[in-house]
Design a protein around this ligand. Structure first.
Ligand SMILES: [Zn+2]
Length: 59
């Protein structure tokens, strides 16, 4: 699954794997690492859901 994309202006944004929202990697505070990959979340709630079952969202 693609979890990163480039938007207009060449800005790289990450996609929250839980709610599919675009999140700015430079300002985002909620991150998780799973199997050496970094994931970004829009809110602590999304991070919590991911941390509980990361396999579900990365397969
Ligand atoms: Zn989210």
């Amino acid at each position: 699954m693609k979890n990163r994309k480039t938007v207009s202006g060449g800005i790289i944004v990450a996609i929250d794997p839980i709610c599919k929202m675009d999140v700015d990697e430079k300002t985002i505070k909620f991150t998780s690492e799973f199997k050496g990959k970094k994931y970004f979340f829009c809110a602590p709630g999304c991070k919590k859901i991911f941390d509980a079952e990361p396999e579900k969202f990365t397969s």
